[in-house]
Design a protein around this ligand. Structure first.
Ligand code: TZP
Ligand code: ICP
Length: 215
């Protein structure tokens, strides 16, 4: 399973701190609304740890499996291996890309956050399957997010001829998703736009419409 251009279209990320109701409910609604991939990211104020984190991850993975949605784990490589997740997403401060690639094997999905051309070149050389680029717009979700950079790096990579799958992230909603796709991203990645929505189902559906309307 590596047709990532399709899988990255509507990329939902969440953990229990992002949810106002049960994560299982939010994820189920998001899937019914049409998300194409899910990332379990248990981080921030009140994040679960240890067995509680494992049990939530397992519960959400089963929901993804029931609906044939790829299940990615953020940062926590050990958890990803324990669950035999479909892949991992790592940042620049995590283990080196080539080490993570060795540990998860060639078949799993490996996503890397990149903020500069140099980071992008290195990540690609070391085996990244896709880039997470952002924050595109200001976000309150990631406390230590870098300054928002708009879509300039996405555009630059495409102008330089990079064809690697790219997902934009950071402050994205159905109101601004179009320009992320127009800049050359294959999809958009969101936390708040879906997890805080009155109806995660409607929010996912609206995002999907915007992505497909502008691809
Ligand atoms: C994980 C992450 N990486 C860059 S911005 C961000 C948070 C995105 O959250 P939101 O979609 O709520 O702005
Ligand atoms: C920081 C991140 C950047 N991009 C993606 C897709 N996920 C993340 N957790």
């Amino acid at each position: 399973m590596k047709n990532l251009q399709q899988a990255l279209k509507v990329y939902f990320i969440m953990g229990s701190p992002n949810c106002r109701k049960s994560p299982a409910e939010v994820l189920t609604e998001a899937i019914e609304g049409g998300i194409t991939l899910f990332q379990f990211r248990e981080k921030g104020e009140g994040a679960l740890t240890g067995n509680a984190k494992y049990k939530l991850a397992k519960e959400l993975q089963q929901i993804c499996q029931q609906h044939q949605i790829p299940f990615i784990v953020n940062d926590d490589l050990e958890l990803a291996l324990q669950l035999d997740a479909d892949g991992v997403h790592i940042g620049q401060e995590d283990e080196p890309v080539h080490i993570v690639r060795e540990k998860i094997g060639a078949e799993k999905i490996l996503g890397v956050s990149v903020h500069t051309m140099e980071e992008a070149v290195a990540a690609k050389q070391e085996g990244a399957d896709y880039y997470g680029i952002g924050p595109v717009f200001p976000t309150a979700t990631k406390k230590d997010a870098k300054p928002s950079q708009g879509t300039k790096l996405i555009k630059k990579l495409r102008i330089e001829g990079f064809t690697i799958p790219i997902v934009g992230i950071g402050g994205i909603t159905s109101d601004n998703a179009a320009c992320v796709i127009e800049a050359g991203a294959d999809g958009v990645s969101v936390i708040t736009a879906i997890s805080h929505a009155e109806s995660p189902l409607e929010a996912a559906k609206a995002l999907k419409m915007e992505v497909y309307r502008n691809e």
